[in-house]
Design a binder for this molecule. Structure first.
Ligand code: ZN
Length: 218
């Protein structure tokens, strides 16, 4: 813990002073351009892997970078998965973000946990309940009959991103802005050990590594 207190001092003396004007301008309001939905995993650091500064990303993290499907039923508003849903609502309807990125990652504990038995997960009933949201992902992966554990995990992590993109489109205000060309939506897959990020092509339904040529042309 001592390191964190020392880190707070170091931040004020170094990073803060390097961007003092930026912090002063951020005093009154935020105007992020992108809603970034990623996993709570400590190895995934959104501002680091996107090379962005404070004020640029509106970050929502949860176990497994899940977007709960939208429900209009008032009962669901009382009992639903509100943390993520409310953040998406706020980002779109109040902050008017222009982009959404759903970012999954390699070696994701949530994606492997869905194959554990309920008994194994008994110590974490809340996690277990949350992971029920990944049942459609599990079904899609099992239908492909992967022939090894590594293949199954790789497929699960990537199909999870596809599934969450589809869930995102169930939000009426997301679909409306996307169809009007006011919102861009991306699915990313971050490979921890290589530092590479794959971008999902929604038309070809495949992941391609983000390279220099791609960023220059877009
Ligand atoms: Zn994860």
């Amino acid at each position: 813990m001592k390191e964190l207190f020392e880190g707070a001092i170091k931040f004020r003396e170094e990073d803060y002073l390097n961007h003092q004007e930026l912090y002063e301008n951020l005093k009154k309001k935020q105007d992020p351009h992108t809603l970034f939905i990623s996993c709570v995993d400590s190895r995934v650091v959104p501002s680091l892997i996107t090379n962005t500064l404070p004020g640029e990303l509106f970050v929502v993290t949860n176990i497994g970078n899940i977007v709960p499907p939208y429900r209009e039923n008032p009962n669901h508003i009382r009992s639903g998965y509100l943390a993520t849903t409310s953040a998406i609502e706020y980002a779109l309807n109040i902050l008017n973000v222009k982009n959404i990125i759903i970012c999954g990652h390699s070696n994701c504990g949530a994606c492997s946990a869905i194959y554990e038995t309920k008994e194994t997960l008994s110590a974490t009933p809340y996690v277990c309940k949350w992971l029920d949201l990944l049942n459609p992902v599990k079904e899609r992966v099992e239908a492909l009959k992967p022939n090894s554990r590594a293949k199954r995990i790789w497929l699960t992590e990537q199909i999870n991103i596809e599934q969450q993109l589809e869930n995102l489109m169930t939000y009426p205000f997301v679909e409306e802005k996307f169809d009007a060309g006011e919102l861009r939506i991306f699915g990313w897959y971050y490979i921890i050990e290589t530092g590479e990020i794959l971008n999902y092509n929604m038309i070809k339904r495949e992941f391609k590594i983000i390279k220099n040529t791609q960023t220059k042309s877009s």
